[in-house]
Write a protein that binds this ligand. Structure first.
Ligand code: ZN
Ligand code: ZN
Length: 334
């Protein structure tokens, strides 16, 4: 058989049709007929080889939803015809201390879905079946796609850092990740502050769950936010006013970096020491976390706002992510 995909032939290039033979299906693998695939900012980073880990032709796409078409001999937990999703990770060693502890996203041998592996901008995608997650009935396939990476990326630190009723949560950036973080924060009962450089997003941020909106460029507004938040998630792929964000934390507060800034995260040490504050990172989520996130999103109606594009128009869709005009997540449809 052959898989029809869209691939970047070289660094930064426009995607072009690319047909390849995936070879025999592995014992633990699942093959999925892709119906939808979200576009994550990381896909752009990979096309551009911003992280120095890309190999070409590069088939992006790690917010995959589709129907199981084939299963390897050992893949017993799924059924042909079942609707599943695949996120950033397509496999891991399942033997190391992190995999054994159910934290597969920390495995040193983790297999990313579109690094040295064919991603979901294609008619078929493959992964270790243990990394393909049944999608709850309440979530449509198009709306499930962005949850697989963006949803997991923001939900995981909310759980890890114990966001709950009354937690004073800050979300920096009201985009693909941010608009989901606001919704998860509201559903958890947090008091939510949205930060953005786009004042035009204030009303939308409130609609997604923000109780308060602060313009990141407004020095007076930022100063007024000092000492008010327990947890801040930074979802913007941008350099941010780090010292002002640290100042916005209450004592013992945590700044969690999710979006990839262009430059180093540089912060003054004194406010960290004086306030027992923490700066941490997080990315994607374990298998257990992704399942929990999908169930939570279904129960609390956390729904991405999406723009749909036919897969054949993938380059136009990618451009809406590059120029940040997308509101709020682009999803390709087969
Ligand atoms: Zn992603
Ligand atoms: Zn492992």
């Amino acid at each position: 058989m052959s898989i029809k995909s869209y691939a970047a032939p070289s660094q930064g290039a426009k995607l072009t049709p690319h047909v390849f033979d995936p070879g025999p299906l592995g014992n633990n693998e699942v093959e999925v007929a892709v119906t939808h695939c979200g576009i994550c900012h990381s896909d752009i980073h990979l096309i551009d080889n911003d992280w120095g880990i890309s190999s070409y032709p590069l088939i992006p796409g790690h917010e995959i939803v589709g129907t199981v078409t084939a299963l390897g001999k050992s893949a017993k937990d799924l059924k042909v015809g079942q609707r599943v999703g695949i996120g950033w990770q397509a496999g891991s060693c399942m033997k190391c201390e992190w995999c054994k502890a159910g934290e597969e996203n920390l495995c040193a041998s983790a297999q990313p879905t579109c690094v040295g592996h064919a991603g979901g901008f294609a008619d078929r995608a493959r992964a270790d079946a243990r990394f393909a997650f049944p999608i709850p009935k309440a979530i449509s396939s198009a709306e499930a796609a962005p949850l697989l990476c963006a949803g997991a990326t923001v939900f995981s630190p909310l759980v890890d850092h114990k966001a709950r009723r009354g937690t004073k949560l800050g979300v920096v950036g009201v985009g693909g990740l941010g608009h989901l973080a606001l919704q998860f924060g509201r559903a958890l009962g947090c008091n939510v502050t949205a930060f953005s450089t786009s004042k035009s997003k204030a009303d939308e941020a409130r609609r997604f769950g923000a109780n308060r909106f602060i313009d990141l460029n407004d020095a007076a507004g930022m100063a007024a936010a000092a000492n008010s938040l327990d947890l801040i998630l930074t979802t913007a792929a941008a350099d941010l006013p780090w010292d002002s964000l640290i100042a916005a934390l209450r004592p013992k507060g945590t700044l969690c970096v999710l979006g990839m800034p262009e430059n180093k995260v540089s912060i003054m040490a004194f406010p960290l020491l004086a306030g027992f504050k923490k700066v941490v990172g997080s990315n994607t989520g374990s298998r257990k976390m992704i399942k929990k996130m999908l169930a939570f999103a279904a129960k609390h109606r956390v729904v991405p706002t999406i723009e749909r594009h036919p897969m054949t128009r993938v380059n136009e869709a990618l451009q809406t992510v590059r120029d940040k005009s997308v509101r709020f997540r682009a999803v390709l449809e087969a």
